[in-house]
Design a binder for this molecule. Structure first.
Ligand code: AMP
Ligand code: ZN
Length: 114
């Protein structure tokens, strides 16, 4: 996707502070962190929203979950706890239309679910 900011990060056209990478997934520091630990995990393939994930996309989502556990360990918050969030479409608060998961932690998080 030519004008997708996260595809540009995958392609190395826009820099990021990478924290984790594997065959399917890239994880990097959020540019506007909402918590002491705020990591964005994305599939390397472009998928616009959670609702657009096909069978291959579901494999990406599984890989993102495995990656989230690895990142939580890297950031030493696996035992303390953390939160995973996927915003889907406008009312879900999605701003970047390349599927991504937020990993938030490093402090006691407020409930803030809606
Ligand atoms: P969402 O509202 O779920 O679409 O969240 C998009 C997230 O991507 C926000 O938390 C932004 O701060 C983050 N973000 C946008 N551009 C960048 C970037 N170039 N590098 C890192 N994070 C970004
Ligand atoms: Zn993309």
């Amino acid at each position: 996707m030519d004008d997708c900011i996260f595809c540009k990060i995958v392609a190395g056209m826009i820099p990021c502070r990478k924290v984790y990478e594997d065959e399917r997934v890239l994880a990097f520091e959020d540019i506007q962190p909402m918590a002491p630990v705020h990591i964005i995990l994305i599939p390397k393939r472009h998928i616009a929203t959670l609702m657009d994930a096909d069978a291959e996309g579901m494999a990406d989502l599984q890989a993102m979950m495995v990656a989230a556990r690895a990142v939580a360990k890297l950031k030493a918050i696996d035992a303390r706890g953390f939160r995973l969030v996927i915003n889907c479409n406008e009312e879900g608060g999605q701003v970047v239309f390349h599927l991504h998961m937020h990993l938030l932690g490093g402090q006691k998080l407020r409930c803030g679910l809606a």
